[in-house]
Write a protein of this length. Structure first.
Length: 120
């Protein structure tokens, strides 16, 4: 279970924007210096392998690393894990999330959140 799943299970944020702000507050509370790049992971899901791979190709052009995984006993869809080192903060997380949401939608999928390391 990822960080955002744990937050959601507690009934916390109602919107992606609230989730973004909660994660940023959690990172800051753990001593994160948000002016430094850190490991960031985004999660996208697709019903079809071709859609997942198409989204991965677009994302890789922006110098993110991608991993496409087939459905398994835990996840019934094709998953796309996107990783990179980026500076995240109030001015950037919304833009990153919106970009991943747009790509997911264009390829028939969905963006299911993100997480970041507290230390760069």
């Amino acid at each position: 279970m990822g960080f955002l799943d744990r937050i959601r299970n507690k009934g916390a944020p109602a919107t992606p924007q609230e989730s973004d702000q909660l994660v940023l507050r959690q990172l800051t509370a753990r001593g994160a210096d948000l002016t430094k790049p850190r490991h960031v992971i985004h999660y996208l899901y697709f019903a079809d392998e071709g859609d997942a791979r198409g989204a991965a190709e677009v994302i890789e052009q922006a110098e993110w690393e991608t991993t496409v995984n087939p459905p398994d006993e835990k996840i019934a869809e094709w998953s796309l894990r996107v990783e990179g080192y980026r500076v995240i903060g109030g001015a950037t997380v919304g833009a990153f999330r919106a970009w991943f949401e747009e790509i997911a939608t264009e390829h028939g999928g969905e963006h299911d959140g993100w997480e970041a390391s507290a230390k760069p």
